[in-house]
Design a protein around this ligand. Structure first.
Ligand code: GLY
Length: 387
């Protein structure tokens, strides 16, 4: 039987995380946190990466847990930076508007009714909508719109879509939701194989809009399952159900989740690609935390549907994953030489078959820290999701 994180461990993990976050405040209030640590330390950067929303997300979670205005104040300073970024169109020619603007600005609007944050998040939603390709019915992930080598979407985009549902709820304009639904339909039709493993990226035909082929950028090879891609699929489907009530999304969520769980090694920390289940390849602890968030979100949905066995099943699995992260990856506040929250994340690992540039292998990664804290806070049962 696998151990589950206890309430005592959850509370102590949040305390340790917030101690580290508080200590990091001087470093990342007027600068952003890099995507990954190097040798355990994140360097401060300008607001130009796709990942800079995660640190303010950690600040908002810390604020909600402690009520200490210092966290809200620091997050508020970053809201100005996010407003400037979208207003001036700095490093936003890609689809990662949800990762950027949901935990930073939607959170700021929900918690503090910060009007600048709302405006920034709506501009980001407009930017995301502008990347929709009618031919193929998808949001183009990267590069110049319509570029031959980038006529594709990636599975990660499922986490950018909640920004669009939020924008429709906020403005009453259905265009955001319609695009989210159309992209979801394309993703569901193409990104999952018959065994419910997933492609990282998927190309569409620019002339006909027909699906062409799956490939990978950050996974081991085109027909393997990049662990984080599968994790984005799990959490993205749980969120898609919550925003639409479309039960077939939950049915698919179960199958994609089962594939992820079956491919875990004994200690439950996934290798960076699910093709590996033993050996010395690096792990990606962030995938475990992302999936735990997805499981907790789905558990709430099953609860509302009165499908209590399923609610219990996914809450239990989430607690097992979090226990694994707690035991083997969590950074303790008294550890020296490391300023992240969770070890053993992998951003991009080069393989003979993929196209990524190697970065952040066996390091802390900013989304790994964020989703770990989100999962711990979620488990407390009172958090209102900004996704
Ligand atoms: N969305 C990019 C990544 O997960 O690395």
């Amino acid at each position: 039987m696998r151990a589950e994180i206890t309430e005592k461990e959850r509370v102590s993990a949040i305390k340790e995380a917030i101690t580290i976050i508080r200590r990091n405040l001087p470093e990342y209030t007027y600068k952003c946190q890099d995507a990954n640590s190097n040798g355990g330390i994140y360097k401060p950067i300008d607001n130009i990466e796709w990942t800079t929303g995660f640190w303010p997300g950690e600040l908002w979670l810390s604020y909600l847990e402690t009520g200490d205005e210092i966290f809200a104040h620091a997050a508020g300073i970053l809201v100005t930076s996010f407003y400037e970024r979208i207003k001036k169109h700095i490093a936003v020619d890609h689809h990662d508007m949800g990762f950027l603007y949901t935990p930073s600005c939607v959170a700021a609007w929900m918690i503090k009714r910060d009007a600048m944050a709302r405006e920034a998040a709506l501009m980001a939603a407009d930017n995301l909508v502008s990347r929709f390709q009618e031919k193929g019915s998808f949001i183009q992930a990267w590069g110049a719109m319509g570029a031959d080598d980038n006529y594709r979407y990636i599975i990660d985009c499922m986490l950018n879509l909640p920004l669009l549902y939020w924008a429709t709820d906020e403005t009453g304009d259905e265009k955001y939701r319609t695009i989210a639904l159309r992209h979801t339909a394309t993703c569901i039709a193409n990104s999952f194989r018959p065994d419910y493993s997933s492609y990282h990226t998927f190309f569409m035909d620019k002339e006909t809009g027909k699906p062409l082929r799956g490939e990978t950028c950050q996974g081991y090879k085109a027909d393997s399952s990049w662990a984080r891609g599968q994790a984005w699929g799990v959490y993205g489907l749980a969120l898609a159900y919550r925003h639409t009530g479309e039960h077939s999304y939950l049915d698919l969520f179960e199958k994609v989740s089962a594939y992820f769980m079956e491919k875990l090694p004994e200690d439950m920390i996934p290798y960076w690609d699910l093709i590996f289940q033993s050996g010395d390849e690096p792990r990606d602890s962030s995938s475990a935390s992302i999936v735990a968030c997805g499981f907790l979100d789905a558990a709430d949905s099953y609860e509302k549907l009165q499908e209590y066995d399923k609610a219990r099943k996914y809450r239990k699995a989430a607690k097992e994953l979090l226990k694994a992260v707690y035991d083997t990856c969590m950074v303790h506040a008294d550890e020296s030489g490391i300023n992240g929250l969770v070890k053993h994340g992998t951003y991009s690992k080069k393989s003979p078959y993929n196209t990524c540039t190697e970065a952040g292998v066996d390091e802390c990664v900013s989304w790994g820290d964020y989703y770990w804290l989100e999962a711990l806070v979620r488990l407390g049962g009172t958090w209102k999701s900004w996704w």
